[in-house]
Design a binder for this molecule. Structure first.
Ligand code: SF4
Ligand code: SF4
Length: 190
């Protein structure tokens, strides 16, 4: 479970304050006037538990408990609509991405599904140069360790197979032709 990131008062603890992981995000949305344009612009708002406007308020008041239990930033698809329309010109898509990085680093439950989905998508591209849909979903289901999850997707999968859009694929190591590129990026990020 994550730790509360709110900085401690050194006068009370006698220790240096813990770094505040929300500091960067707060800086990005500091000038928010709570107008709600980001919420009205967001195509994924219908699925979010907190609207984007409310999320920025939570960040500004350092409501860490509400942030870690929210799936809002995990559901951001980086369409940039909010960033384009924010009257204060705030980098909202980057702020969502920063929250996703915090969620991954802190292993927040709300981020787990999206994180495993993303990792298996990238692994498939790394192995084959493109995503192999059924292999990717098989590995994602295995990582999720929820035996009921494949049943939710079975009707859609069968419909797509019936139309010839996807095919049964046995997981394999692929050609490895992109391995050098991915390894280089990993080294640069490291
Ligand atoms: S559109 Fe910009 S100013 Fe308005 S609520 Fe959203 S972040 Fe704040
Ligand atoms: S970038 Fe994310 S939060 Fe902003 S409008 Fe698009 S989906 Fe919504």
């Amino acid at each position: 479970m994550s730790t509360n990131p709110e900085p401690q008062n050194p006068d009370e603890t006698g220790e240096a304050p813990a770094p505040d992981p929300l500091a960067d995000v707060r800086g990005m949305v500091q000038a928010c006037i709570q107008c709600g344009t980001c919420t009205a612009s967001c195509p994924n708002e219908f699925a979010m538990d907190a609207t984007p406007r409310r999320l920025w308020r939570m960040v500004l008041v350092a409501d860490w408990e509400s942030i870690v239990s929210s799936k809002t930033f995990a559901l951001c698809s980086a369409c940039y609509q909010c960033s384009l329309r924010c009257p204060r010109g705030l980098p909202l898509t980057e702020a969502m991405a920063a929250l996703k990085r915090i969620g991954n680093r802190e292993s927040l439950p709300a981020n787990r599904s999206g994180n495993l989905f993303y990792r298996n998508f990238i692994r498939s591209v790394r192995r084959h140069g493109r995503v192999r849909e059924t292999e990717f979903m098989t590995l994602y289901f295995a990582d999720m360790k929820n035996p009921l999850l494949p049943l939710r997707f079975a009707p859609l999968g069968l419909r797509l197979m019936g139309k010839g859009k996807i095919h049964i694929q046995i997981p394999s190591k692929g050609s490895g032709k992109l391995e050098a590129i991915f390894a280089k990026v990993e080294a640069m990020e490291g």
